[in-house]
Design a protein around this ligand. Structure first.
Ligand code: NCD
Length: 303
């Protein structure tokens, strides 16, 4: 038996039973009547990059379980004065942090910190690399609707190249037996899917990819990271926007997901984003329960 997970850095480190255990715990979490599993614990939210959903849901999750939280961002802290990542990690550990939830623009930053700091680190998104809590909350959302992951056809469409959400989801979903198809123009969906998780396919034709899809996961076009890419947004909209017409190609009971933030009118037509198949708000709500389960697990507080 593997030692219990201490830090949560990526979905690649999780076994199927560990994924199932976190999802089971998340289903039991009631944010309105939360068990006080983290009473007296201190959770530091160390955010070097912008966030709305992830940061707020980790904060609500920690507080709901009885922990105290503090937010450190790269402005208005000693990071602005040039303090190194590892020195900042040691500072918050010496101040009494029991866990650090961390987002960083550089891939690998939480992995580096976890090698130096003796408290659990939860990766809340590192560069283009991993976003494990998002993949877990997405798995919770999918299983709430489909009761399983095995055998589902999941189309992930958008800016795959820059997406830590795509990578974490592809690894988790294929490990759990889902069929994962990456879709987008070649610049945003390069033919390297197999190296992310075995069995993941790439398709540059959304109409074809959507045939028989159970789940359509749309991703944001990360305009801040598009430098050097030959992308015409008008062409993207024409070929890859998820529209009501295109959704007719998927299964009638298919669900539509997006990790947010949505760029309105680009990745998703408004009728789809706000339509009956959209699970976008449910994903956000599931973020709190899932992050409660994650914090309880890394802090070994779950019964
Ligand atoms: C994503 C992220 O930051 O990786 N958002 C999120 O956490 N819900 C996706 C994105 O920024 O497009």
């Amino acid at each position: 038996m593997k030692p219990p997970v201490r830090s949560l850095l990526g979905t690649d480190q999780l076994s199927v039973p560990e994924i199932e255990a976190i999802l089971k715990l998340a289903r039991r979490m009631d944010p309105k009547r939360p068990p006080q599993l983290l009473r007296g614990k201190r959770v530091v939210l160390l955010f070097y990059e912008a966030s709305t959903r992830t940061r707020t849901s980790f904060e609500f999750a920690a507080k709901a379980l009885g922990a105290t939280t503090t937010l450190i961002t790269s402005t208005q802290s000693s990071i602005e004065k040039g303090e190194s990542l590892i020195d900042t990690g040691w500072t918050v550990t010496s101040l009494g942090a029991d866990a650090i939830v961390m987002r960083h623009p550089c891939s690998g930053a939480p992995y580096l910190l976890s090698r130096f700091i003796p408290v659990p680190i939860v990766n809340a998104g590192d560069g283009l690399h991993q976003h494990p809590s998002q993949a877990l909350l997405d798995a919770l959302t999918i299983t709430n609707h489909k009761k399983r992951l095995k055998g589902l056809r999941v189309v992930i469409v958008g800016d795959i190249f820059h997406s830590r959400v795509a990578r974490s989801n592809a690894i988790l979903l294929s490990k759990c037996g889902a069929e994962v198809i990456f879709c987008g123009p070649p610049d945003l969906a390069p033919d390297v899917a197999e190296s992310i998780a075995s069995g993941v396919q790439v398709c540059h034709d959304l109409d074809f990819a959507l045939l028989g899809a159970d789940v359509v996961m749309s991703l944001r076009i990360q305009k801040e990271r598009l430098a050097g890419k030959q992308i015409s947004l008008d062409d993207y909209i024409a070929r890859f926007q998820v529209t009501p017409q295109r959704m007719k190609l998927a299964r009638p009971d298919a669900i539509v997901m997006h990790p947010g933030p949505i760029v309105r009118g680009l990745e998703l037509a408004n009728e789809v984003a706000d339509g009956p198949q959209s699970c976008v708000h449910e994903q956000v709500a599931n973020g709190v329960k899932t992050r409660m389960a994650i914090l309880a697990t890394v802090l070994k507080a779950a019964q």
